[in-house]
Design a protein around this ligand. Structure first.
Ligand code: ATP
Ligand code: MG
Length: 565
């Protein structure tokens, strides 16, 4: 038989490969499962970040690859920290990444009645008890990694007393923290999670979904696995820190009348240089006003990255390249930027923008006249077509594209030197005009009308090609150039955020000069400012002065490093 692969085999070859996909493929092949169900289970207590994107891409990705489905489930068990604005932003972000949960939108809160009944079931079976120890006492009784815990004096309450107490907890008879319901497992277990964990606590708080219906709430640990079981999740994928919780989740599943048995698999979290991927830290950044909000373009949140101009396709590509493993490591931020550049290079139209303007007068260009020139929108994509840019006697160029005493290797403008103005003409600098302080205020140049379009008629060569903007119709703008939020690759947060934050994480440049067509862009639409970087419009702009955020510069440090090998 020939070795030509079948269509199914080719497809399998194209699939990313990792230990989780191997397990799923085996489970389908062996008939253990006929279809698979995964879920992305955020707690709505913050905005999603790049780490969550990794989990979203994995869960929705494998469901799509293996013909199953993935749901979005809010593990909303702590009303004190959870808010509707987080729920809304999470849904927006998952959709923005390009994933669709269809009809599979769930909330742990929808199962509160079932969870409550299951808690009573454990009590009835003698496997849960109400404890009156204070949180401090409970911590003392719990023991340490080296020492076993001790039994609470309330551990052996009768089933009837426990049921009565638990019902009174539910009825609102006690204040926050007065009592808890604990699973009765093993206070001497080597795994601290198994030392009679709390499964219900009293919280007199309004829940975004159930309002004032409940004043007791299940813990995350009690809700998580049971939520998976109720949804018939086959492969419950989570990060490594939950590996120690797996025996507990399995204990609940074994001891409750659940409709299905989910299996949990753990993979390593995404860590990224120059940033933090922990909701707790991100909340601090917002609350201590180190950033302007969750969607500050320096934040590693999906809403921040969106505002900064990161395309969702690049984030999905990045998540795939990072891959799924069981070993902890830290990924270079430069890899993410590389993915962003690769994507934007294909899609972003080019425009000219001058950030630090210096006036140029073309002395041999007729006064009061102007003309339209053709400019290519995207050399990587012919279908993007061309546009017209106006040219005339007065132009703006970048101040550092001129040097008065230029070394030989400076291939831009200098006295007596000729350069090409992109899409326009060759120009030669004839005069440098200074103010009384000796500051250069204007350059005089002549242009060669025979070089229209930037082509040389006689094979004459110029070393430099520069961008420019016609002063007559330039639009003023503010440009925000971003750097890393944290100074060091691996930020040391031991003395607080303040000390670790990069003081130069944003450079705000005002009075930039843009090609007029840029004023008609809108937030989220990518554009390359020629020779400068990729940008997108910020919603902060006014009708008179748009604002642009730098998504990423043009220089690809990651690709360079790889080449060096
Ligand atoms: P944080 O540690 O930032 O507070 P979390 O794990 O508490 O995040 P959840 O809302 O509980 O946030 O996370 C939802 C899902 O996203 C979980 O399955 C979790 O494992 C996964 N996740 C969170 N952070 C990362 C990360 N850095 N890399 C990969 N997956 C992550
Ligand atoms: Mg969590």
């Amino acid at each position: 038989m020939a070795d030509t692969p079948t269509a199914a085999e080719t497809e399998a070859d194209d699939r990313p490969s990792d230990f989780i996909r191997d397990v799923i493929a085996d489970d389908l092949a062996s008939g253990k499962h006929t279809s698979i169900v995964t879920r992305f289970p955020p707690e709505p207590n913050g905005f999603l970040h790049l780490g969550h994107a990794k989990s979203i891409c994995l869960n929705f990705g494998v469901a799509a690859e293996f013909g199953g489905h993935c749901s979005l489930r809010f593990d909303d068990t702590n009303p004190v920290k959870e808010e509707q604005k987080y729920i809304d932003s999470i849904m927006e972000d998952v959709r923005w990444l390009g994933f669709d949960w269809g009809e599979h939108l769930h909330h742990a809160a929808d199962y509160f009645e079932t969870f409550y009944a299951w808690a009573e079931h454990l009590i009835t079976e003698g496997k849960a008890y109400v404890d009156d120890l204070s949180p401090e006492e409970m911590r003392e009784y719990r023991g340490t990694l080296k020492e076993p815990g001790k039994d609470s004096p309330h551990r052996n309450r009768s089933v009837d007393e426990n049921l009565d107490m638990f019902r009174r907890m539910k009825a609102g008879e006690f204040e926050n923290g007065a009592r808890v319901l604990r699973a009765k497992i093993d206070m001497a277990s080597g795994n601290i999670n198994m030392r009679d964990p709390v499964i219900y606590r009293i919280l007199h708080a309004k829940h975004p979904r159930t309002g004032d219906t409940w004043c007791i709430y299940p813990t995350y640990d009690f809700a998580h696995g049971q939520g998976d079981a109720l949804e018939h999740v086959t492969h419950s994928l989570c990060t490594l820190e939950f590996a120690d919780h797996r025996p507990l989740y399995d204990w609940f599943i074994e001891n409750l009348p659940v409709p299905a048995v989910p299996r949990q698999y753990e993979f390593s979290r995404l860590n990224l240089t120059h940033t933090v991927l922990s909701k707790r830290r991100l909340i601090e950044l917002v609350e201590e006003n180190h950033v302007t909000g969750w969607n500050d373009p320096r934040m590693p949140t999906l809403s921040g990255l969106r505002r900064r101009g990161y395309p969702p396709e690049a984030i999905v590509d990045f998540s795939g390249r990072v891959g799924i493993t069981k070993s902890d490591n830290t990924i270079e931020y430069a890899l993410l930027e590389h993915c962003v550049r690769q994507d934007l290079n294909k899609r972003a139209e080019r425009r000219m923008a001058v950030l630090n303007p210096l006036k140029v007068v073309i002395t041999n260009y007729p006064k009061g006249e102007s003309e339209m020139l053709d400019a290519v929108n995207n050399p990587e994509d012919e279908s993007a077509g061309t546009r017209q840019v106006s040219f005339g006697r007065e132009l703006w160029i970048e101040r550092d594209d001129f040097m008065e005493d230029a070394p030989k290797k400076f291939f831009r403008l200098a006295p007596g030197r000729e350069v090409r103005l992109r899409w326009a003409y060759f120009v030669t600098c004839t005069d440098v005009i200074k103010d009384d302080a000796g500051e250069i205020v204007e350059l005089h140049c002549t242009y060669d009308p025979a070089t229209k379009g930037g082509d040389s008629p006689d094979g004459r060569k110029v070393k430099g090609t520069m961008h420019w903007v016609h002063a007559a119709d330039a639009v003023n703008a503010e440009v925000r150039n971003y750097g890393h939020l944290f100074r060091d690759a691996e930020p040391d947060l031991s003395s607080g955020l303040e000390a670790a934050i990069n003081p130069d994480s944003v450079e705000i440049v005002t009075d930039c000069k843009l090609e007029p067509s840029l004023a008609k862009f809108s937030p989220g639409v990518p554009v390359q400012f020629e020779r400068l970087g990729y940008y997108t419009m910020d919603p902060d702009g006014t009708t008179t002065a748009p604002v642009f955020n730098r998504t990423v510069g043009l220089r690809d440090t990651w690709a360079k490093e790889k080449k060096k090998g």
